[in-house]
Design a protein around this ligand. Structure first.
Ligand SMILES: [Zn+2]
Length: 239
């Protein structure tokens, strides 16, 4: 895999003794080159960007803390930049239409190396939307989570497991998976983006989408409860 180094100065040290244990997936609406310019202007970064043609750009050394996640929570972790490697993908629709096969191929290769190197649990391969559900919609409803899980990158669910989970309210099940449920509509919507994308409305205006990440009154409909329970089973058993 060809990796182009375009190192940015926007990083700092990970806190002492903190280990990488999550992989955060993002997307942005620009090509890799354009995204690098945007990051320079905003003084932000990610460890990697994967361009439309699958070319991987490295912006920050994995040892350093890149600035990609912002305010974020997953399970017992907050401010996930400390604990994570962040990968951006170019997507003109912000992940609402299929990613390029070459991008997914590079992403799988790169992610597998990172996961193996840091022994990242499959349940800690997360979307930016999973860890910042009120603020972020990326990498979007078209991101192929199930396929990636099949390739060893992240976890998926088995509907048959739903029956093994006791009846519980939506917030408890979301917490079992790892979501911060302080804003329950946001957490529920983020769950759908990842595991039940048919529950998420497409938004063909990416500018509107980034300003309107979730419907403020969103309630997970009953038809998705079996998926929620099956995911809670899978994630709850992999803490
Ligand atoms: Zn992001």
């Amino acid at each position: 895999m060809k990796i182009v180094r375009e190192l940015l100065p926007y990083f700092d040290e990970r806190p002492n003794g903190v280990k990488v244990k999550t992989l955060v997936i993002h997307c942005s609406a620009q090509s890799a080159r354009e995204m690098i310019e945007v990051l320079r202007k905003r003084e932000l970064s990610a460890h990697y960007i994967i361009d439309f043609d699958g070319t991987v750009y490295q912006l920050v050394s994995e040892q350093k803390r890149a600035w990609h996640a912002g305010q974020s929570k997953w399970r017992k972790m907050d401010m996930l930049n400390r604990y994570s490697v962040g990968i951006e993908l170019s997507s003109t629709t912000l992940g609402q239409s299929a990613y390029q096969p070459a991008q997914i191929k590079s992403l799988i290769k790169l992610s597998r190396q990172i996961i193996r190197h840091y022994q990242i649990p499959v349940t800690n391969v997360v979307a930016h939307s999973d860890i910042a559900p009120t603020r972020k919609p990326d990498p979007g409803i078209a991101f192929p989570w199930e396929y990636l899980a099949y390739k060893g990158v992240g976890a998926w669910y088995d509907l048959a497991d739903a029956a093994k989970v006791a009846e519980n309210d939506v917030a408890t099940l979301l917490k079992t998976i790892g979501y911060d449920t302080v804003d329950l509509p946001a957490a529920s919507y983020a769950f759908c983006r990842h595991f039940a994308p048919t529950a998420v409305a497409e938004d063909d205006d990416v500018y509107h989408l980034v300003e309107n990440v979730y419907p403020k009154n969103f309630v997970l409909s009953k038809e998705y409860l079996p998926i929620l329970k099956a995911v809670a089973y899978k994630y709850g058993n992999n803490f």
